[in-house]
Structure formats: C-alpha cells, structure tokens
Design a binder for this molecule. Structure first.
Ligand SMILES: Cc1cc2nc3c(=O)[nH]c(=O)nc-3n(C[C@H](O)[C@H](O)[C@H](O)COP(=O)(O)OP(=O)(O)OC[C@H]3O[C@@H](n4cnc5c(N)ncnc54)[C@H](O)[C@@H]3O)c2cc1C
Length: 402
C-alpha cells in the first residue's frame, strides 16, 4: 500500500476520494491541494438552492476544515499545482515540491470562455464557483435584467433561479431548442415550454454578433438586427477540462485525461477522476467524459479504492438530475447524438409527468423521468438492457414488467 497520496483539485471528486481513503482505513499521508479558497464543495446548489437564496453557500461544503485536521489530511486551499514530475513522483505548488507515491488528478473543468463577452468590459460572468453564485444572487431582484448566453443546464437553472426574484430573464440559444444535443427534440421541447411558461424570453436560433458596454448596461447585438439590453450577461456555453498540468507532464490527454476502467492514467501511479477524466466505461464499451455530480462521487470512491492498490471498476452508469421551478428530472445513461434511433415517451408529456427512453434498436441507451420520482428504480433497471420495444412503448405494460 502507498504511504503518501497527493490529491490535486478541490471539487467533489477530490473531496470524496479523500473521505473514502480514510473510511477505507488508509493510514498513510494524504495531501489535498486545491486552488480555490474553500475546502471541497458540491456545485449543484450553486445554480439551485443557493442561487435561489434558500440556502447559505456554506451548505454546499462537503466537510468543514476541522474534518481534514481531525483525519490527518494536509488540506492546502488556495494552492495551485503548477506541474507534475512523473519520474520523480512530485508535484510542484507555491514553489514547494510535494512527494507522492500515488497521485490523483481531480482538476475538474472550467467554463468555456466567450472572448467577445470578456473583452466587452461590460458586466458579464460565469457560474462555476461559490463566489460566482453568491455574487450573481446578490444582483437578483425586481426589474433586474439578466441575459443568459446558452440554453444548457447552467443557463436554464440560472434562469429558473432568477425568475422568482422578479428578474427579467432572456436566454439566447443558438440552436432551435435548449438542450437539443443532450435531450433531442422530443424532451428539449418540454424544457422550452417550461421556461416560456415561467416568463423567460427564450430566443432560439440566436446568433450574437457583438457585445458592448453602454454605461452600466450590456448591449448584445444579434444577427437578426435586434439588440438585447441587460444589466448582466451570464455565459453558460459549456466547460473545458483542466488538463494542462497532465498534458505538460506527458500523460495521455484526449478530451480529458484518458484513463482505463480503473481510472488509471497512462502512468501507473497516477489516477484521474470526475469532470477531467475520460475513462473507459466497462458497461458502455467506450470511453466517456461526463460532467455530472454523481460521476464525481462514484469516481472519487473508485479512485480511492485503486489508490490503495485495488482494481475497482468505474462502472456506474452516468446519472444526472436537475430541478427547475416545479420541474425535476433524473436521467440515467448517455444518449449521444447519433447513438440512438428512437425515443419512446410514456405518461403525460404536456403535464410534465412522464418517462423518456432513448433506444438504439432494442437496446436502451438512456432513460429519464420527469416529476415521476418513483420511476427512477425502473429507469436504473432498464437502461443498458435490451428490451421488447413494443412493450416499452405500450403504456398498458407497467414499467415493472418491461
Ligand atoms: C452551477 C453548477 C450546477 C451543477 N448542477 C449539476 C446538477 O444539477 N447535476 C449534476 O449531475 N451535475 C451538476 N453540475 C456538475 C457537477 O457539479 C460537476 O460534474 C462536478 O462538480 C465535478 O466535480 P470535480 O471534482 O470533477 O470537478 P470540479 O468541481 O471542477 O473541481 C475541480 C477543482 O480543482 C481545482 N483545480 C483545477 N486545477 C487545479 C490545480 N492545478 N491545482 C489545484 N487545484 C486545481 C479547480 O479550481 C476546482 O476547484 C453542476 C455544475 C455547476 C458549475
């Protein structure tokens, strides 16, 4: 068993791995190097309860600082790892060289930047950290005009958190529907209807040609000749994995740090987990990098087992949830565009209580429920299986019998 484990990154994957190491009885040295000022925390509340003002930002923190001290974890927040020396088994941070026997890279991802917005000098921002969430929440209120670039999860959740405060919200989405690539037209249409019903000005097919600052306003010019005027522009156009230190060290990086099914990178002493890991998935039969809360947890646990010499598989099916207004959904699997040929919907789609199933032939590649919380067990059971498609599509057949 390794004596010294260094974990880089202060997110959920890193935090989970450290907790799991101690719970599994690892009694060697653990150093957790995290460049944010906070100990590891969860991000989903930052666009939901914290942004809604229902919960304090601290509620997102995984373990208080005292836990790390009590469990002999050397927690170094506000510390950025600059480089890794694979041959010498050391990481460099703040001019210090920290030795390891095994290393976990859980450096996560950062928002994809929109240069046009950043260069405008106007009030523009992103939503990734506790500090981003707290700053955005402080501006919400009656008459505040929020523009959102990108109708993805972050943009839609921010819109749903802003509306109850009385803010006016405009979402600019370049495709014909929000979340079109993730959910396909059948379910993406439900999300569009949901937001429009709640008073969001959702503009699809929107192409931004210029962003400028005019006094305290943000002016967003669109290709159709119109100009959107807002007080703040939130950019939510996806994330990119933080792979720089891995790449510079010589690890294989392809859409994230490549790992095998055990989360081991191209170097045997080094593992990667969470948003940054593009891991072989033993059940799906291909490699996959997902940006999901649950994957960060599952990867954190598997990485901990394997840092201790285990051979655990990262085999959990991808799982995702969202809450927007009175709408909640849970999604299992991965229906990449081109990876399915049929969508089966069951239930009351207009009333937004339904299940949806993405099929490649008779193979169920993904499934979800909307506001039908008891269905999650069936979703988990059915995704990944080959089914009788007629029975799945026939609502008289209970899901339990599919
Ligand atoms: C606002 C928001 C809402 C979300 N909501 C949901 C949701 O509802 N459902 C869902 O499934 N997923 C959701 N997600 C996604 C989910 O939060 C991520 O998948 C998860 O945070 C990934 O965890 P991670 O530990 O891999 O990476 P991260 O959370 O990105 O953490 C990585 C950390 O490592 C630090 N770091 C990077 N490089 C270095 C370095 N060189 N040295 C030191 N530290 C470094 C980073 O600063 C960061 O703090 C949401 C994300 C956001 C931003």
């Amino acid at each position: 068993m390794s004596d010294r484990i260094v974990v880089v990154g202060g997110g959920l994957a890193a935090g989970t791995a450290v907790v799991e190491l101690r719970e599994r009885g690892f009694d060697g040295e653990i150093t957790l190097v995290a460049d944010e000022a906070h100990p590891p925390y969860e991000r989903p509340p930052l666009s939901k309860s914290v942004l809604l003002g229902e919960k304090e930002a601290d509620s997102a923190i995984l373990k208080e600082t005292g836990w790390y001290a009590d469990h002999a974890v050397d927690l170094r927040t506000g510390t950025h790892v600059e480089s890794i020396d694979l041959a010498g088994r050391r990481v460099r941070a703040n001019g210090e060289s920290i030795p390891y026997d095994r290393l976990l890279l859980a450096t996560g991802a950062r928002p994809r930047a929109l240069a046009m917005a950043d260069d405008s000098g106007a009030s523009v921002g992103y939503l990734r950290t506790i500090d981003d969430s707290v700053a955005l929440r402080a501006r919400f209120g009656e008459g505040f005009r929020l523009g959102v670039v990108g109708g993805g999860w972050i943009g839609l959740e921010a819109a749903a958190a802003a509306r109850p405060s009385g803010a006016e919200v405009t979402v600019l989405e370049s495709l014909d529907l929000p979340l079109l690539r993730v959910l396909g037209p059948e379910v993406a249409g439900v999300m569009a209807g949901l937001h429009r019903e709640h008073g969001v000005d959702l503009r699809t097919g929107a192409e931004i040609t210029a962003i400028s600052r005019v006094d305290d306003e943000v002016h967003v010019r669109l290709a159709d000749g119109s100009t959107l005027v807002v007080d703040h522009l939130l950019v939510g156009i996806g994330v990119q994995p933080n792979t720089e230190i891995a790449e510079a060290a010589g690890l294989v990086v392809e859409n994230g740090i490549r790992t095998d099914r055990h989360l081991r990178t191209s170097h045997e002493d080094v593992f990667a987990a969470g948003d940054v890991a593009n891991a072989d998935h033993p059940v799906l039969g291909r490699s996959l990098r997902v940006e999901h809360w649950d994957t960060a947890i599952q990867h954190g646990k598997v990485a901990a087992a394997n840092l201790m010499g285990g051979e655990a598989d990262a085999d959990a099916l991808p799982y995702f949830f969202t809450d927007q207004y009175d709408f909640g959904m849970e999604y299992v699997g991965n229906a990449a565009p081109g990876g399915y040929d049929r969508v089966v919907l069951r239930g009351d789609v207009e009333g937004r209580v339904f299940t949806a199933w993405w099929l490649d032939g008779a193979h169920v590649v993904a499934g979800m429920h909307a506001n039908d919380w008891d269905a999650i067990d069936d979703v988990r059971r059915i995704v990944g299986r080959t089914v009788d498609v007629d029975r799945l599509a026939d609502e008289r057949t209970p899901l339990a019998d599919v």
